[in-house]
Design a binder for this molecule. Structure first.
Ligand SMILES: O=C(O)CCC(=O)C1=CC=C[C@@H](O)[C@@H]1C(=O)O
Ligand SMILES: [Mg+2]
Length: 340
């Protein structure tokens, strides 16, 4: 069957307040790979995240182009997809082309609570944070204010919403003493209402010590991304998660981890050791987010993914996230950098 492929480069305006690793992100640049074989179409998003991905958009674009040309010539699309963002996007496109990415999704996500006012320490800001009425879980970023202020905000939020559970994320902000300072000001009754805390400390060993001392459940995010980049990290049978053990959850950001197949293997191996997994966004466009929602519903039907990042954008791309009223840019309006 005849094959054709296109690679679209997109630039989407972001909300002014998006700061990643101390850098303001004013626009999101990425690619959409589109595969066609006979009447079938498959798309995937390739969007390395500045400050988190090793590769930049140009590097990802060049590698994607090379892979697409090989695929059109009848070769394996994944053979030279080395960057995680490229491996993820191309593997998603191939899955969708083959009809193996389920259409169904719940499009449910864990709300990311805005923290500007909370972080400014505004009196009562945390308790007044708008939390959707029916939501069981919400996510709050930590590490911008003082650990004590973070703990006060968390306690105020949980007090104001008696049935709420929180996912917390400090993005490796704290030393062990600072993390202990946070725990010291946390109401003991609230510890059990924290589903997990992502990356509390700069050092993974300190995260483990902190978790053991406080009983706060730990989730690996950046630590997992760093581990999978190690050359000796293999997902074959002898790979054990003990180099990542001690956490009760792995945060799977496919754009930062790699191919769907690699994510599946990681999830299955985590589950064999009693470790949970949640799929999380890396600020993909609405096209990528809708595919991540389908992926999460397929691989982790019992877990609510962390995909509440569309509000950081000023427009959607090609596919709308259900309920979003953001304007939609179409792929044909984007720059097609190559077409077979
Ligand atoms: O995981 C979620 O609920 C949403 C995504 C999210 O929190 C993040 C995405 C990308 C980088 C970070 O800002 C942050 C994270 O560290 O998990
Ligand atoms: Mg995180």
């Amino acid at each position: 069957m005849t094959r054709s492929a296109s690679l679209y480069r997109y630039r989407l305006p972001m909300d002014t307040g998006v700061i990643l690793r101390g850098r303001r992100l004013t626009e999101r640049i990425g690619y959409i790979a589109e595969l066609r074989e006979g009447a079938r179409i498959g798309r995937g998003e390739i969007a390395p995240l500045p400050g988190f991905s090793v590769e930049c958009a140009d590097q990802a674009g060049q590698q994607s182009l090379h892979a697409l040309k090989r695929w059109v010539a009848g070769q394996d699309i994944m053979a030279c997809a080395r960057w995680p963002s490229v491996a993820f996007g191309l593997s998603m496109a191939a899955l969708e082309l083959q009809g193996e990415l389920p259409i169904t999704a719940r499009y449910q996500t864990v709300p990311l609570l805005s923290h500007e006012s909370v972080n400014a320490g505004a009196e009562g800001a945390a308790a007044n944070l708008s939390v959707p009425a029916d939501c069981r879980f919400a996510k709050l970023k930590l590490g911008r204010g003082s650990p004590q202020q973070d703990a006060i905000n968390v306690s105020a939020l949980l007090k104001a919403h008696p049935s709420l559970m929180l996912r917390l994320d400090a993005n490796c902000a704290w030393s062990l003493p600072q993390a202990r300072e946070f725990a010291r000001h946390l109401a003991p009754a609230h510890v059990s209402r924290i589903a997990f805390i992502e990356e509390p400390c700069q050092r993974p060993a300190d995260c483990l010590t902190f978790s053991k001392e406080t009983g706060l459940a730990l989730a690996w995010d950046e630590t997992l991304q760093a581990a999978v980049r190690q050359p000796d990290f293999t997902l074959d049978t002898d790979f054990r998660l003990d180099s990542l053990s001690g956490a009760n959850t792995l945060v799977i950001k496919p754009t930062l981890i790699g191919s769907v197949q690699r994510c599946i293997a990681l999830i299955r191996q985590a589950q064999q050791t009693g470790t949970k997994a949640v799929i999380s966004a890396s600020l993909e466009s609405s096209l990528g987010l809708t595919q991540l929602a389908r992926l999460s519903c397929w691989l982790l039907p019992g877990s609510v993914p962390g995909l509440d990042t569309l509000s950081l954008f000023r427009s959607q791309l090609e596919l709308t996230w259900p309920g979003s009223t953001l304007p939609v840019k179409l792929l044909q309006q984007q720059t097609r950098v190559w077409h077979s």
